[in-house]
Design a protein around this ligand. Structure first.
Ligand code: MF3
Ligand code: CO
Ligand code: CO
Length: 285
């Protein structure tokens, strides 16, 4: 079976419950944007995504154990690549749309998609996001963490902690029959109350049978807008929070790395979650 055929085969073997279908109809009649049935993962798919998420967590745990001042971001790439291979899994970033490395390493004023390099050494006082995505048996798990290198200034520490809080606030808003806009509204409200800005050009996403699926999960949005969250959907929440202004620029040389336009620091944390009947479950622990 092709990936596409496999995706649709679950329609027959593991159908969505009548109760959920009725509720989706109800929401549709209210004018809400309702996901198509390929976005609602079935039990066997969820089991696969959970497994990928678990390996991805082990990858980030390995980075947590080994990251240190003086090492290069290429060494982080080496650790992620080798550890993932040992688990017989695949690093999703490698060759994804031409991305040249196995993991994203984004330092200080880099918002995301930092490219590991031998010449880029971690220095005392740096903050860095390591974003890993693992494919296992065709399923995807996607998560990222921040790391503080040596003695980090109170200002940077606060940005890292408050950004983690933004993710937690987003998680609390990710409930069945809410919308993705509710997630962004909650995150932006908190971030702004702390004097931070929210990156708008990039966001969370559906994930699981592909790297990036619908819906786009904006981290700054209007409550009640966007796609309805239905039990069985798997999405990421991954707020990118800037200490300064929200505007970003893309690296003109590598075409990948996103920086804050004003040079201010940026932080990000990411989890993959399953929308459940009662709330959500983190699949990247
Ligand atoms: N892991 C990133 C995300 O959270 C995507 C990175 S794309 C890459 O969506 F090509 F840069 F790896
Ligand atoms: Co990611
Ligand atoms: Co992601």
């Amino acid at each position: 079976m092709t990936e596409e055929e496999l995706k649709y085969s679950y329609f027959d073997t593991e159908p969505v419950s009548d109760e959920i279908l009725e509720k989706m109809d109800e929401m549709r009649k209210k004018g809400k944007l309702v996901p198509d049935l390929t976005l609602i993962k079935r039990p066997s798919q969820i089991a696969g995504i959970r497994e990928a998420g678990r390996i991805n967590t082990e990858v980030l745990d390995e980075v947590t154990r080994t990251i240190h001042a003086g090492m290069s971001t290429q060494q982080i790439d080496d650790i992620v690549r080798e550890f993932t291979a040992k688990k017989e899994a695949i690093c999703a970033p490698y060759k994804y749309d031409g991305f040249p490395k196995s993991v994203c390493t984004s330092l200080n004023n880099e918002v995301c998609h930092g490219i590991p390099a031998r010449h880029r050494k971690l220095q005392d006082g740096d903050i860095i996001n390591v974003d890993a995505t693992t494919i296992f048996h065709g399923y995807y798990g996607d998560a990222s963490r921040m790391f503080e290198i040596g003695n980090v200034s109170p200002k940077r520490k606060k940005l890292v902690e408050e950004t983690k809080k933004c993710l937690e606030i987003g998680l609390a808003a990710a409930k069945p029959w809410a919308t993705v806009g509710d997630i962004g509204a909650a995150i932006a409200k908190y971030a702004h109350s702390r004097g931070y800005s929210v990156v708008r050009e990039l966001g969370g996403h559906g994930v699981g049978v592909d790297f990036h699926e619908d819906p786009f999960v904006a981290h700054e949005a209007k409550a009640g807008t966007g796609m309805v969250l239905v039990p069985g959907m798997v999405i990421t929440i991954e707020p990118m929070i800037n200490a300064g202004r929200a505007a970003v620029v893309i690296d003109p040389y590598n075409g990948w790395t996103i920086y804050t336009r004003d040079g201010s620091d940026s932080a990000q944390w990411e989890h993959t979650i399953l929308i459940t009947e009662t709330g959500n479950e983190i699949l990247s622990y």
